[in-house]
Design a protein around this ligand. Structure first.
Ligand code: BTN
Length: 324
């Protein structure tokens, strides 16, 4: 049933510039014309706008922007990511649901998406503003067969995926501020929060939280982040389809994750470096122990940040914040 609907969406997408008859579709899908018609009605309920003209057939005129389990799973291009998918209209934090599900044994690749988060969490216990239908607020449960010290590589991978999706979909030019803040024109558009449960030599699970500001305007962006944050809409003056961007992000993430498992971190390291923010420049860096001025050099294979101190010594940092 679900795969028939996915195929149907694929056919409609391929034929979006012309009409395709019910008969053609029934042959392609191996189902009756009445069944095709019923599928069309179901799609329309979820926001797909399909024009049906007798003797000509069907043509899709609008893909839904509405986010629901159906609209995210139908037409999805992933093989394993988001096959278990939870959509909440409103929740405290998708991270909390991700942890609960992980403890209960939810499969690798489970995705939790919310329209609004009332207690969105950022790094360093900061609040993450997650206003209603204005962005992507989602958490992915992963069960990688990796050592705990490899977890930062997955976070860097996620940042490159987000930068890639933003670049390819909007034409904007994102950068990544180590470890994983995605910026446009020096302002933060996306952040990633990685939380994990691990033993000494094994990750039990990770909950990878992704927040992307999409359709906020300068007026609707929360006051305390107006100076440092932005959204795709602010940067492009275009209202973006959040459902489409979630599907793109999941498809890219799955592809990048699979090639990371097959080929290792090197290709991601190069990609990450191609987006790196302020590499070669002097910045203020805050760690648990100190605040210092240093030059950003690059990243190591394990994802650590390499800096050059003012005395010329090199140092690898695993947890730090580059100041604005
Ligand atoms: C940061 O840059 O500080 C990380 C922000 C991460 C925000 C996302 S939104 C989805 C998920 N749920 C949360 O509560 N936080 C993460």
């Amino acid at each position: 049933m679900e795969s028939t609907r996915n195929l149907l969406i694929e056919i409609l997408e391929k034929n979006k510039n012309n009409y395709i008859s019910g008969e053609q579709m029934s042959k392609m899908l191996g189902i009756s014309r009445t069944a095709v018609w019923k599928h069309m009605k179901e799609l329309q309920k979820d926001g797909y706008e399909i024009e049906g003209i007798s003797k000509k057939g069907y043509k899709i005129t609008q893909f839904p922007s509405k986010v629901s389990v159906n609209t995210l799973q139908w037409g999805s291009k992933t093989k394993w990511l988001g096959k278990t998918l939870i959509h909440k209209h409103s929740t405290g934090s998708t991270q909390i649901i991700g942890h609960q599900l992980a403890v209960e044994g939810t499969p690798h690749g489970t995705v939790v998406v919310a329209d609004v988060q009332t207690e969105g969490k950022g790094r360093f216990d900061r609040k993450w503003h997650s206003s209603n239908n204005k962005g992507i607020w989602m958490s992915i449960v992963l069960r990688p067969n990796l050592l705990p010290n490899q977890a930062p590589q997955i976070t860097l991978l996620a940042a490159t995926v987000i930068a890639d999706v933003i670049k390819s979909k909007t034409g904007l030019s994102p950068n990544i501020k180590w470890p994983n803040d995605v910026l446009i024109n020096n302002k933060k558009v996306s952040g990633i929060l990685t939380e994990m449960q691990a033993e000494q030599d094994r990750i039990q699970y990770m909950v990878l939280g992704i927040g992307i500001n999409i359709n906020q305007s300068v007026e609707t962006l929360a006051n305390d982040i107006k100076a440092s944050a932005t959204s795709l809409r602010i940067e492009s003056t275009i209202e973006w389809n959040i459902r489409d961007l979630i599907q793109e992000t999941l498809a890219h993430f799955e592809q990048a994750y699979d090639s990371f498992i097959d080929e290792g971190f090197s290709p991601i390291k190069s990609k990450w470096e191609s987006y790196a923010y302020m590499i070669g420049q002097s910045v203020r860096i805050k760690t648990f122990k100190k605040e210092t001025t240093a030059q950003l050099i690059g990243i190591k294979e394990d994802g650590a940040l390499i800096i050059k101190n003012e005395d010329g010594s090199h140092e690898s940092l695993y947890s730090a914040e580059i100041q604005w």
